[in-house]
Design a binder for this molecule. Structure first.
Ligand code: CTP
Ligand code: MG
Length: 227
């Protein structure tokens, strides 16, 4: 669980993962969601800068959850966490900021990896009409939505493939050829790996802005709502 971001777009004083959503810090909700899925045996969380001790104090003792320092960006944070994952048949990477992801999505991702897929992402259709817009604000084209999807986390991987993808990403960076990747599946694609999807869920939304946080709070307080 990469949770080392600052939450600049959220704009809170505390780093985003530590911001409470309906009274409970997002990172704790994210970890609870994983452990509550019944298919996750251990969690490694990367702490926001300077918050290692704070986060360790919040999480339950007993070794199921390990807290380590993250890195300067998401790739580095995931890489740091991977160093603390030893034996695993499946590795999930899950944004702390997607803390309301339903357990069914977690289980679907794990099951798909177990059926022999190296990289699995939850995906949902795009509802808005998409246009390519130039820097001057002029519409260049309407993008055909067919075949487009928004992808979420947790993303699931066979450990060898995820480690290979990260090793390559880090090596490319050191060589000055790093490409910015906003998800781990993208790193697998970059090494030629196949990525497949399972149905995502709107509740696995990434909380990025104050509006997202307000909507997530409304979801939690509303209780079960239809999709
Ligand atoms: N993340 C991380 N390490 C970083 C940057 C981001 O572990 N150096 C994590 C965030 O904590 C978050 C996830 O990656 O759980 C997705 O990132 P994002 O939503 O962009 O969160 P922030 O980087 O915190 O937000 P912002 O970009 O607005 O500052
Ligand atoms: Mg960010």
């Amino acid at each position: 669980v990469p949770a080392s971001g600052l939450g600049t777009r959220l704009g809170t004083a505390d780093p985003k993962a530590l911001v409470a959503l309906a009274g409970r810090p997002m990172v704790l909700r994210a970890v609870d969601g994983l452990l509550g899925s019944g298919v996750v045996d251990g969690v490694v969380v990367t702490a926001p800068p300077g918050r290692l001790a704070v986060l360790r104090g919040l999480l339950p003792p007993g070794g199921v959850v390990v807290v380590v320092d993250g890195g300067v960006d998401r790739v580095e944070s995931v890489h740091a966490a991977l160093r603390h994952v030893d034996e695993a048949s499946v590795i999930l990477v899950h944004d702390a900021a997607r803390c309301l992801c339903p357990a069914a999505v977690v289980r679907a991702v794990v099951e798909k990896v177990r059926t022999g897929h190296d990289a699995v992402v939850p995906a949902i259709g795009v509802a808005d009409t998409l246009k390519r817009v130039g820097p001057d604000g002029h519409v260049d084209a309407t993008v055909d939505r067919t075949g487009l999807a928004a992808v979420q986390t947790p993303q699931g991987f066979s450990p060898e493939v995820l480690r290979a993808a990260h090793a390559r990403a880090v090596a490319d960076r050191l060589a000055g050829r790093g490409v910015p990747a906003t998800d781990d599946a993208g790193l697998v694609e970059a090494i030629g790996g196949a990525v497949v999807t399972v149905p995502g869920d709107p509740r696995a939304m990434k909380i990025t802005t104050p509006l997202d946080l307000a909507m997530a709070e409304a979801l939690v307080t509303a209780g079960p709502v239809p999709r």
